[in-house]
Design a protein around this ligand. Structure first.
Ligand SMILES: C[S@@+](CC[C@H](N)C(=O)[O-])C[C@H]1O[C@@H](n2cnc3c(N)ncnc32)[C@H](O)[C@@H]1O
Length: 188
């Protein structure tokens, strides 16, 4: 992977002014009331930072990781424009170790690497929250995605043993040609 993914995502971001939009994910906004808004947060595959910035605006000290320097530099520029501080690192998540017991909040939106699941669980501090959303198998009918890139039914709900599931949904929206699962879970 690595170089191929980096080039692919840089090209995608280069070809658009803002790929995922500037608005934070609805699922994150809708569950902001569950979040303490203090401590450290990690945004996995931060992209152009729509959710990174939202977490920073809640009061988190947010650290984002992504392989695309184009995405990350846009996120940083947007943070400066909004007088928010974020920290970011350009890194390949295929070879990334999440610090253990380090985060009060972990976000992962529209990125799936199952090898990170254990690290995500261990990365949360006790009381820490995970908010995750990405495509499910139903999305295959709307896209040329490979099956390994999407979640199976109920997979996200069961992916983090030991975390308490606070909310979960699986959505299929033929009218918008999208299908995804969303999770909020907490480490006791
Ligand atoms: C669909 S975008 C989602 C971005 C962001 N989470 C959001 O929802 O707006 C997927 C992101 O994953 C990043 N990515 C893909 N492969 C990666 C890898 N191996 N390591 C780090 N980031 C990667 C891409 O650069 C891209 O920003």
């Amino acid at each position: 992977m690595s170089l191929k993914d980096k080039e692919k995502w840089n090209a995608k971001y280069d070809s658009s002014t803002c790929l995922a939009g500037r608005e934070p994910s609805r699922w994150l906004v809708d569950h902001a009331g569950l979040l303490a808004g203090k401590g450290k947060a990690l945004d996995i595959a931060m992209g152009e930072g729509r959710n990174t910035l939202f977490a920073a605006s809640l009061g988190y000290d947010v650290f984002g990781v992504d392989i695309s320097e184009v995405g990350v530099s846009r996120a940083e520029a947007l943070a400066r424009k909004n007088n928010l501080t974020i920290h970011s690192r350009i890194a390949d998540l295929d070879h990334y170790k999440i610090d253990e017991n380090a985060y009060d909040l972990i976000l992962c939106f529209y990125f799936l690497d199952r090898r990170l699941f254990e690290g995500i669980r261990k990365g949360l501090k006790p009381g820490g929250t995970l908010i995750y959303e990405t495509f499910t198998v139903d999305y295959l009918q709307y896209s040329g995605f490979k099956r390994e890139w999407v979640l199976e039914k109920n997979e996200l709900r069961e992916a983090f043993p030991g975390l308490k599931v606070l909310d979960y949904q699986e959505i299929n929206e033929p009218e918008n040609e999208t299908a995804y699962a969303s999770l909020v879970a907490r480490k006791d």
